[in-house]
Write a protein that binds this ligand. Structure first.
Ligand code: AMP
Ligand code: MG
Length: 401
């Protein structure tokens, strides 16, 4: 069933925010800009609104949502306790692209938000429109990215409409988002910060902010390494609307050997996290950010990349495929393909992060069916960038040494 999706242009933010906030207060679901990507928001206490978010996205019900707050003081209403390390991270990074997983206060949010876990993921976004919307709606807003599940996240209001027109109550246009990748999700266990999902706040920033207070676990959770999901996870997956075009067909068969071992739904529903074991984030086992075409990531020493990337592009072209190359600025003139995208200098992964999702969507628009992408160095925001590129590629990676 299709509903009218309102569009509130960036030129009149006041009216847009007022109407969007009223829609959320009335139980509706509205897309809005944040500094990371566009979110699809609904009142976190409203099971009906949250159900609509999952249905509009076709999101598996075992993948919990992040709750967005206008101000830090509101976190006390959601979390049972806030440790010293968490408080220091809030001091350092809020408002901003850091999400903290905290023990949830019973009844504070709809159980659908937390997917039945005893924790809740929370952040205060560093985008004025977002904070004003939450303030005016008068309630915490649960918001995943405003895309159909599995697709690249939206960094423009136009991307939201491509995926969700007719499925949500409206979209508040705030122009292009800043970071271009989602927030970093962390959980503190026994004085150690675990990165559940890399994102806008880097490992280096976390380490610096927590110096003398806590360590940052060296290893990302094992689940981060795999782009696909396990057989158990697949069996347990439920796309709520079951509509055509949900991500189930696109998912790669890659397994990570770890996520999905805890039950048919593939998530660890155990209460706390036993000491010594990395906490998990249910969402990371799913395929994500995928363009329609097949994508191959080529990683390794910068000077070895062009020969391999061009060879892969030519082979695919010979097989009759429409080919795109995602190149760093330094190599862009070397490539011949149906489309060559300049993703920015190797030393500035921020640029590649900002443009990645829009570029993947443009590949779809141009009916590209094979994408060869150069990897970037994995420090700073490069870690999150490569995490998303690996997922977009569904685990297809050629590593050249
Ligand atoms: P998205 O809304 O698509 O940005 O994804 C939210 C991310 O936060 C997913 O990777 C979720 O698994 C993760 N997340 C949300 N709530 C929790 C939680 N309570 N515990 C662990 N991870 C969470
Ligand atoms: Mg998302």
């Amino acid at each position: 069933m299709s509903i009218e999706t309102k569009y509130w242009p960036a030129e009149s933010p006041g009216t847009g925010i007022e109407e969007a906030a009223a829609a959320i207060a009335a139980g509706g679901v509205v897309a809005f800009p944040t500094e990371t990507v566009y979110g699809l928001g609904g009142g976190a206490g409203s099971t009906e609104a949250v159900r609509r978010i999952f249905a509009a996205k076709g999101r598996p019900s075992d993948n919990p949502l992040i709750v967005h707050l206008a101000r830090r003081a509101s976190v006390a209403g959601l979390a049972k306790e806030i440790g010293a390390v968490e408080a220091a991270l809030m001091d350092a990074f809020w408002p901003g692209p850091l999400t903290l997983v905290l023990p949830v206060r019973e009844g504070a949010v709809s159980p659908l938000v937390t997917a039945g876990l005893d924790t809740v993921a929370v952040r205060v976004p560093a985008h004025e429109l977002a904070r004003e919307l939450i303030e005016r709606a008068g309630c915490p807003i649960a918001a995943p990215s405003a895309n159909r599940s599995g697709r690249p996240s939206p960094t423009l209001a136009r991307h939201v409409l491509e995926d969700l027109d007719g499925r949500i109550d409206g979209v508040l246009d705030g122009g292009a988002t800043g970071v271009g990748l989602e927030s970093t999700v962390v959980r503190v266990v026994d004085g150690t910060i675990h990165i559940l999902r890399p994102g806008g706040i880097t490992r280096e920033q976390l380490r610096q902010a927590a110096e003398g207070l806590a360590d940052v676990a060296e290893e990302a959770m094992p689940a981060e390494a795999g782009a696909g999901m396990t057989a158990e996870g697949r069996a347990g997956m439920r796309a709520i609307d079951g509509g055509a075009g949900t991500t189930t067909e696109r998912r790669s068969g890659a397994t990570d050997g770890r996520a999905g071992t805890a039950g048919t739904a593939g998530i660890d529903r155990g209460a706390g996290t036993p000491s010594g074991e990395a906490p998990r984030s249910p969402g990371v086992k799913y395929a994500h950010y995928a363009p329609r075409g097949e994508m191959l990531l080529v990683t390794g020493a910068a000077d070895r990349l062009p020969a391999i990337v061009q060879e892969q592009a030519l082979q695919a072209a010979d097989a009759g495929r429409r080919v795109a190359v995602l190149s760093c600025a330094e190599h862009v003139a070397l490539y011949r393909a149906d489309a060559v995208f300049d993703c920015g200098p190797r030393g500035e992964p921020e640029k590649a992060a900002q443009s990645l999702y829009a570029t993947l969507r443009e590949c779809d628009e141009r009916a590209i069916d094979f994408i060869v992408a150069e990897g970037y160095p994995e420090d700073g925001i490069g870690a999150a960038l490569m995490n998303r590129m690996r997922k977009a590629a569904g685990g297809r990676e050629l590593s050249v040494r």
